[in-house]
Ligand binder design. Structure first.
Ligand code: ZN
Ligand code: ZN
Length: 375
C-alpha cells in the first residue's frame, strides 16, 4: 500500500470545523472520512472501529485488538491518534461512550456521525448518548475533502493516467463476437496491470445496453456496427480513484450515431472549458446541457454532468443544475455528459478535471474522438 498523501493538519481542521458548528465530537467508522483524516484504510467489519475526534482534545481510535498492528503500520501514532484496543469479549460501544464522556462530558449536546456509519452501530451509539443531537459529519468534512491539496491532485492525476493507459490499449482489442462480460473480465485485469490496487467498477454497455448509463456487463454478444460505452475506474494504493468513460464503435458508425457523438464531444469540450475558479458547479452542467438540448437531444441526457472524486468515486462537489457551490482551485470532479436513445444506442465521454488557479486541467488526456475498433 502506497502512503496516502495525508499531510499535516487535517485532524486539526476537522476539529476546528466541529467547534465552529457547535459539535462536541465526531464519531467516524471505517470509510473515506476516516482514511482522509488519519491515513488509515480501516476495514469495515462487524467488530467496531470508531474514531473519536473531540472538538477540543486529543483524538483516539477505538479498534479491535487484532486490528492494532495494521493501524500502527498505517502511522496513526505519528498522526497523533491514540489507539484504544478492545478484546473480543469487551463492549466497544461502552468504550466509545467512556472515552467520549472523558473528552466532552457525559451529556454531549451535539455529535457528528459518519454519513455511512452502519445502522447497527449508530443505534448502539444512540443508546449511549440518548440526549445528544446527532448530525452528519459529512457536512463538516465535505468542505475539507472537496478542496484537494497539490499532493491529492497529483494522486488523482496518477490514477487518471493509469486508467488512460487502459482506454488506450482497448483500441487494439478484438470486440466483435465477444460478450460484454468477456471484454469486462479482460478490462479488470488491465486495470490492475495499469497500477491500480483495486477495480471499483467496469461498465461495458453495447448496442441498446449503452442506453442504460449504469449498465454493468452481460452475456450479450457485441456485434459489428454497434457502439459500446466503456466506463471504468479503480483505486490506486493510496486510495485515490480513477473514473473515465470512452465510447467505442465496432466497425463503421451509422450516420445518426456519428452525428449525436459529434454533439456530445462538443458538449463535453465546452463544459470542461467553462471550468474555472468562481464559476458555480451548476453552471458547468448548464453549458453541457444547453449544447445537447440545442441539438435536440436534451431529453436523452438523463443524468447530472458530473461528481467530485477523491478517496471515493462519487463525492462532492456535485456538478448538477441548481448547485451554486462556487468552484475553487483544487476541486476535482468528472465532466461526463451522455446521450442515451432507449432501445437503440448510447454514448458518454468522461474526464476528471482539476480546477487550477486560473482555469482547468484535464487529468484524463487519452483521445476522445470516436474510437473505431475492430469490426
Ligand atoms: Zn464513470
Ligand atoms: Zn463518473
Amino acid at each position: 500500500v502506497q502512503e496516502s498523501p495525508v499531510g499535516a493538519g487535517r485532524l486539526t481542521r476537522a476539529a476546528d470545523a466541529a467547534a465552529a458548528a457547535g459539535v462536541d465530537a465526531l464519531l467516524l467508522s471505517p470509510g473515506a472520512d476516516l482514511r482522509y483524516l488519519t491515513g488509515y484504510a480501516a476495514p469495515a467489519l462487524e467488530r467496531l472501529t470508531c474514531l473519536v475526534l473531540p472538538a477540543a482534545g486529543a483524538p483516539l481510535l477505538v479498534l479491535p485488538r487484532l486490528e492494532r498492528p495494521a493501524a500502527e503500520a498505517a502511522g496513526l501514532a505519528e498522526a497523533g491518534v491514540r489507539l484504544v484496543d478492545w478484546a473480543e469479549t469487551a463492549d466497544p460501544y461502552q468504550l466509545v461512550a467512556d472515552h467520549l464522556g472523558a473528552a466532552v462530558g457525559n451529556r454531549p449536546r451535539r455529535i457528528a456521525v459518519g454519513n455511512r456509519m452502519w445502522a447497527e452501530q449508530l443505534l448502539r451509539l444512540r443508546q449511549l448518548a440518548p440526549t445528544a443531537e446527532l448530525v452528519l459529519a459529512g457536512e463538516l468534512l465535505a468542505p475539507l475533502r472537496m478542496r484537494k491539496s497539490p499532493d491529492e491532485v497529483a494522486a488523482l492525476r496518477r490514477a487518471a493516467r493509469a486508467i488512460d493507459d487502459v482506454h488506450r490499449s482497448l483500441r487494439g482489442w478484438r470486440w466483435a463476437g465477444r460478450t460484454e462480460e468477456q471484454v469486462a473480465r479482460d478490462i479488470r485485469e488491465a486495470i490492475l496491470d495499469s497500477g491500480h490496487a483495486t477495480v471499483n467498477f467496469v461498465i461495458v454497455g453495447s448496442g441498446p445496453n449503452a442506453a442504460s448509463p449504469h449498465h454493468s456487463s452481460s452475456d450479450r454478444v457485441i456485434r459489428p456496427g454497434e457502439s459500446v460505452v466503456v466506463d471504468i475506474g479503480g483505486a490506486m494504493g493510496d486510495g485515490y480513484c480513477s473514473d473515465s468513460t470512452r465510447t467505442y464503435v465496432v466497425g463503421q458508425p451509422g450516420d445518426e450515431f456519428a452525428a449525436s457523438y459529434a454533439v456530445l464531444l462538443e458538449a463535453q469540450r465546452s463544459a470542461c472549458a467553462a471550468v474555472r475558479p468562481g464559476v458555480a458547479a451548476g453552471a458547468v452542467d448548464r453549458v453541457a446541457r444547453e449544447h445537447i438540448t440545442e441539438a435536440g437531444y436534451g431529453p436523452m441526457f438523463i443524468h447530472r454532468t458530473g461528481h467530485g472524486i477523491g478517496l471515493e468515486e462519487h463525492e462532492p462537489p456535485w456538478i448538477v443544475a441548481g448547485n451554486d457551490q462556487l468552484l475553487e482551485p483544487g476541486m476535482c470532479f468528472s465532466v461526463e455528459p451522455g446521450i442515451y436513445v432507449p432501445g437503440r444506442f448510447g454514448a458518454r465521454i468522461e474526464d476528471i478535471v482539476a480546477v487550477t488557479d486560473d482555469g482547468v486541467e484535464r487529468l484524463n488526456i487519452v483521445d476522445r474522438d470516436l474510437a473505431v475498433v475492430d469490426g
